[in-house]
Ligand binder design. Sequence first.
Ligand code: SF4
Length: 287
Amino acid sequence: MHTVQARGILSAEKCMNVYRGCTHGCIYCDSRSVCYGMDHPFEDVAVKENAPELLDRALHGKKRRCMIHTGAMCDPYLPLEAQCRLTRRCNEIIARRGFGLSIQTKSDGILEDLDLLQRIARQSKCVAQMTLTTCDEKLCKILEPGVCGTRRRARALKQMTQAGIETVAWISPILPFLNDTEENLRGLLEFCFDAGVKGILCWNMGVTLREGSREYFYQALYRHFPGLKREYARQYGLAYECVSPQSPRLMEIFHGECEKRGVMHHVDEIFRYLHEFPAAGEQLSFF
Ligand code: SF4
C-alpha cells in the first residue's frame, strides 16, 4: 500500500472510495479494467489519507442530506482497514452529520462497524450490500482468494439484518460453465432469504470483461480450469458480455423465487431504493 492526498472524495453521484486498488484478488474484477486509468499496480492500494477531512468538509457544506455510496469500485473493508480505519472514520462522519449510507463489500470485516451502521440506520437509513457468487467454498477460494468465503458473508448479512440494518445481496457475476447451475443459484438464494435481505441484485447470469480485466480473468481461468479454454474462446472470444447459455432459465428461477419470498429483485427498483433518502418525518432519532 501507499498513501496519497486526494483532491476530492465525493463524486457528483455522492459515491466515494477511500481506497484505490484492492487485495481481495477476485479473478473477474472489473475495477482492474484499463478504462479506470489506475496509475499503480492494482494490489498496491492507494490509501487516501485525507479522505475523512475531505468528506467532512464536503458534507458540512450540503444543505440537503442524502445517501452516500461506497464500495462500488474498491472494497472498503480490505485487510488494511484494520490499521488505516479510513472507512470507519468516514462512517463516523456520515453518522455525525446525519447522512445515509449505502455500503458494499465482500468482507465480513464490515461487522467491525456494526455499531456505526446501526446508528446511521436509527437516524436515517443504512443499507449494507454483500456479494455472493458461489456456494462451493473451494470454488470461492479460487474465484475470490483474498476474502472470506460465502458462508461467512451470508452470516454477516444475517447478523446485520438482525441488528436492524437493511441488506441487499448481489448475485454477480455468474461465470459460464463454473457457477451457472441451478443448484448454485438455489443455494445462494437460500442464503439470502435466510439472512432476511430486502433485495437481490442480479442483471443476468454472466460476467463482463474488458481490456485489463479480460487478460487477468483468462489467465486465472486457464490456470485453474484449463479444460474451459476452448469453450470460452469459442463462445466469447473478446466479447464484453459473456452470458451463460443457462441464463434465461436461471433468471426465470431467480425472479420467480424472489417474487414468492417478497424480496425486491428488479434492478431499477433496487437502485431507486438505494438512492432514496427518507423524508424528514421518516427519520427516527437524529433531530
Ligand atoms: S472485491 Fe471488488 S474490487 Fe476487490 S478484487 Fe474483488 S471485485 Fe475487485
